[in-house]
Design a binder for this molecule. Structure first.
Ligand SMILES: [Zn+2]
Length: 193
């Protein structure tokens, strides 16, 4: 009996090893914009750096896929410079980087709302950006020349989660429910991609 158990455990270890080796882990970097003294959009207690960090941490927490590793560029209220972030990304060579931000219009009474997706001009980034946009009410998708898109050598997109000008979106993104739903949506696109 003891020998049989030993054989079973050796065989199952072999199966596990061959399974984990046969499928390489997907690595996705989630970059929570701003941090530290860089607040990002700051409107009526709505502080962009805190909102995007909460969503980034939720994406990591909610990930139950053992073939997916989520890496954050910051885990707390620190401010890694844009170069620190892209140095880390280019060392890691992830499959994808997603930077999270919240939009704001310079016009205080602007009625602008909704997400926006920016991407680096390459097919892999565009393909992911399109899928992301389809989960966010078919929001606009556009190429932008930003450090966080230009410098990473691998595919990269930047997601503006909504407009801080819009009270409804500010309340939604500021709520636990809104943050969880947003993180779930992003994670589902990563898993389907
Ligand atoms: Zn921002």
């Amino acid at each position: 009996m003891k020998n049989l158990l030993r054989i079973i455990s050796v065989v199952s270890l072999g199966v596990l090893l061959s399974f984990s080796l046969s499928k390489e882990k997907k690595v996705v970097v989630i970059d929570a914009g701003h941090g530290g003294s860089d607040l990002g959009v700051n409107r009526e207690n709505f502080i962009e750096k805190d909102i995007v960090l909460k969503v980034a941490k939720k994406i990591k927490e909610l990930n139950k896929n053992s073939n997916l590793e989520i890496v954050l560029t910051r885990e707390d209220d620190s401010y890694p410079s844009l170069t620190d972030r892209t140095d880390k990304i280019n060392q890691l060579k992830p499959d994808l980087t997603i930077s999270l931000h919240v939009n704001s219009s310079p016009k205080v009474d602007s009625d602008k709302k909704g997400a926006e997706v920016y991407y680096k001009r390459d097919d892999a980034s565009k393909s992911f950006a399109d899928k992301l946009a389809s989960k966010f009410n078919n929001c606009p998708v556009m190429v932008k020349n930003l450090h966080m898109l230009r410098v990473p050598e691998n595919p990269a997109v930047l997601l503006e989660l909504g407009f801080a000008n819009n009270k409804e979106e500010r309340d939604y993104l500021g709520s636990e429910k809104g943050q969880t739903e947003t993180a779930e949506k992003i994670l589902s696109v990563i898993n389907e991609h």
